[in-house]
Design a binder for this molecule. Sequence first.
Ligand code: ADP
Ligand code: MG
Length: 322
Amino acid sequence: MKKLFEIKNLNMHYPLLDGVMGNIKGYVYALNDVSIDIYENEILALVGESGSGKSTLGNSILKLLNPTSGEVLFDGKNILQKTKKELKSFRKQSQLIFQNPYMSLNPRMKIYHLLKEPFVIHGIKDKDEINLRIKNILEITGLSEDVLDRYPHEFSGGQRQRIAIARAIILNPSFIVADEPVSALDVSIQAQIVNLLIDLKKHLNLTMLFISHDLSVVKYISDRIAVMYLGEIVEIASKEEFFSNHKHPYSEALLSAVPVISEDKKNKKILLSGDIPSPQNPPKGCKFHTRCPYAFKKCKCEKPSLKEISPSHNVRCFLFES
Ligand code: ADP
Ligand code: MG
């Protein structure tokens, strides 16, 4: 399998500024040494509680943020070192879909203009070609042509997300970050949008980083799963391996919280107590030790590394280090 992205030792430490003097008074350690590959034509799910760094990772690999250090190789080239001009083709090939399509769709623009805008930005002027592409994308995303003359507020949440997806894929990108794309939608609508994303992946050869905190959606859509906790990847496995043989206590806790999925599992259930610790002052040793029912002495002072325990299954936990 070809790697589309190779993310190496990525760190994002947001500086916290003192209000009066503007001095740096600390950092939010949002990403810590994150290394992960994304393979061509896969849907890689990124899961974890709110505040674990998922959006920061998604935005960093699109270079919508400037990470503190590390490398993001896209097609073998480090996009973090590219200039604005050099990034232009990357911008065309990679797109972001948000949780709230209201944020990505200018409320004052009719849908026709919203769909035309990406062409304008990238200097494509041929009107016939643009109109043909718009017609085609409406068909692909299950929208009718009469949406074109209307404004975003005239649509339901599900339809609006369809429009946002149409806009994101209209220039034929190869990669999409979908950041909680169905979390704001009614459950009945979620399945339609998830199915649309699966269809698009198949038919347009898309690669996708699918960010979600909902494991039932992840089970349906993804090929592989990466679990994040306090800015670190703690487990990566194929979907089948993850749901049948997950190892990390944090993964176990996330799965315990989803009744339907954990029903047939023999494993003990762990309930997560307390909130996720502050990423400004993360625990020493294993970051999960403060909430882990299996923590022992070593976990409090030493940091486990992400180890391969079977082919393509990596876990960051001393319980699984031989
Ligand atoms: P998730 O998407 O998993 O909920 P985020 O990536 O949004 O997590 O955030 C990770 C951590 O970084 C959180 O503690 C969040 O408050 C913090 N954070 C996000 N953006 C900023 C910012 N611009 N400045 C400072 N801290 C931030
Ligand atoms: Mg987020």
